[in-house]
Design a protein around this ligand. Structure first.
Ligand code: A2P
Ligand code: MG
Ligand code: MG
Ligand code: MG
Length: 411
């Protein structure tokens, strides 16, 4: 039946527009089979989980290739510290500052261009919509010319490393256009890709954790989430020994709505299904927070952890790698409380959200409301974001509420 390829979002909008009157005879509608799907929520789920396989394959390919580009640049940046002054200065030009003072690198731009090109090559580019962090403004300026050439070279090398793309190099203009395809404003209808080409740029530049985070929204809901975490160990972060050269790093997490979360190595091992921890005693919980104190109030997190009775110190890592690590049970709680005035963006959470939700976890704002990705480029939130499993969430919400009240009354 044709409706098997229709997503639940499309079914909802179709049924909204069907001319249903009290005289409508069930058999007269093109598909009262569609209205049956509304009753049969199981079918709707199956339809939605079956519908995104092609997009998932494209998203995994795009994120893996972008990760390859980032790791090449990271090696150069790290080795720059061993090079002579001139080369060092050249490579430091790879890291620049945006108007909001946050860093951006040739890898952020290159990753965004690669993901945009791969998705458009693999899927129907006519209906392509991408909400992404970077834009080409600075690269179009006179002083951005050299950087742009470098990005173009890196993007072309990355794409030709995949034999399916042959050898048709992109021009500077193609690269600029690919980056700027990320200017979509998203919203509640239709399908939109959501990309953070490097989430955790500060971690990337330090050689620590970062992620390429790619999600697909359908009718405002996250239906696919892919997180490539090139520096995340394949084993638990809790037992990871960074001095051990035998320990493998490079994880690819992916989730499709209704189908669970899987992890494989970035170099292509067999995927394994992952699940959040089933811990119910907060005293044994490990909790994640930002490495950067400027990104999240560490004092507030420690007050919450104390109320819960958490004994272990926080695990501080950059980027949505925290969502990936939590989805496989490396830790039980992730707390994020940005400083006043900071507005969270959808690309910083959409992929991580689905990876955790499909692994059995819960992601909400500090008041317990689900995250709403349908409102454009920003997330409108109450205070912060909290993530844990179903069992720990009630106690966590209570501790968060108490700590926020204490903070408010101390001001
Ligand atoms: N002042 C800020 N407060 C909160 N988050 C921020 C701030 N500045 C940048 N970010 C974003 O926070 C995320 C990383 O946070 P963390 O590693 O602390 O979880 C990144 O998405 C980063 O953007 P970017 O994607 O540019 O790195
Ligand atoms: Mg940034
Ligand atoms: Mg980010
Ligand atoms: Mg980013």
């Amino acid at each position: 039946m044709a409706t098997f390829t229709v997503s639940s979002g499309t079914i909802n909008s179709l049924t909204r527009t069907l001319p249903l009157t009290k005289n409508t005879k069930p058999h007269s509608l093109f598909s009262l089979s569609i209205s049956l799907t509304l009753k049969a929520s199981k079918f709707t789920l199956r339809a939605s989980s079956m519908s995104y396989d092609k997009q998932l394959a494209a998203a995994k390919k795009a994120a893996s290739l972008a990760a390859r580009l980032c790791q090449v640049i990271l090696l150069l940046i790290i080795s720059a510290s061993f090079l002579k002054k001139v080369q060092k200065a050249l490579l430091q030009a790879d890291v620049q500052s945006k108007s909001d003072k946050s860093p951006v690198t040739v890898a952020d731009y290159g990753s965004q261009a690669v993901v945009s090109v791969v998705l458009q090559k693999e899927l129907d580019s006519a209906s392509f919509s991408l909400v992404a962090e970077e834009d080409s403004g600075d690269l179009r300026k006179e002083e951005g010319k050299e950087t742009l050439q470098r990005i173009m070279k890196l993007v072309n090398e990355t794409l030709t490393s995949d034999e399916t793309y042959g050898n048709a190099p992109l021009s500077e203009e193609d690269v600029l256009a690919a980056i700027d395809s990320g200017r979509s404003v998203g919203g509640p209808s239709g399908q939109h890709w959501v990309l953070d080409p490097i989430d955790g740029t500060k971690g990337f530049v330090r050689g620590d954790q970062y992620a390429i985070a790619l999600a697909l929204l359908d009718e405002g809901k996250a239906v696919l989430g892919v997180l490539a975490c090139p520096n995340l160990p394949l084993s638990s972060v809790a037992s990871h020994n960074p001095q051990d050269p035998q320990e493998k790093v490079g994880c690819l997490f992916y989730a499709q709505v209704g189908s669970g979360t899987y992890m494989q190595s970035l170099d292509g091992s067999t995927p394994i299904k992952v699940h959040v921890t089933d811990l119910d005693n907060p005293e044994e919980a490990a909790f994640f927070e930002s490495f950067e104190a400027a990104h999240s109030l560490h004092d507030l997190s420690s007050s919450i952890a104390k109320k819960l009775g958490v004994r272990a110190p926080p695990v501080r890592i950059d980027s949505q790698a925290k969502y990936g690590a939590l989805s496989r049970g490396d830790g039980a709680i992730y707390l994020r409380f940005p400083h006043k005035g900071y507005r969270e963006k959808i690309w910083d959470h959409a992929a991580g959200y689905l990876v955790v939700a499909e692994a059995g976890g819960v992601v909400s704002d500090a008041a317990g409301n689900p995250l709403d990705f349908s409102r454009g480029r920003y997330l409108d939130l109450h205070e912060g974001i909290i993530v844990t499993n179903q069992k720990l969430m009630p106690a966590l919400l209570k501790a968060v509420k108490e700590s926020l009240n204490e903070k408010a009354s101390s001001l």
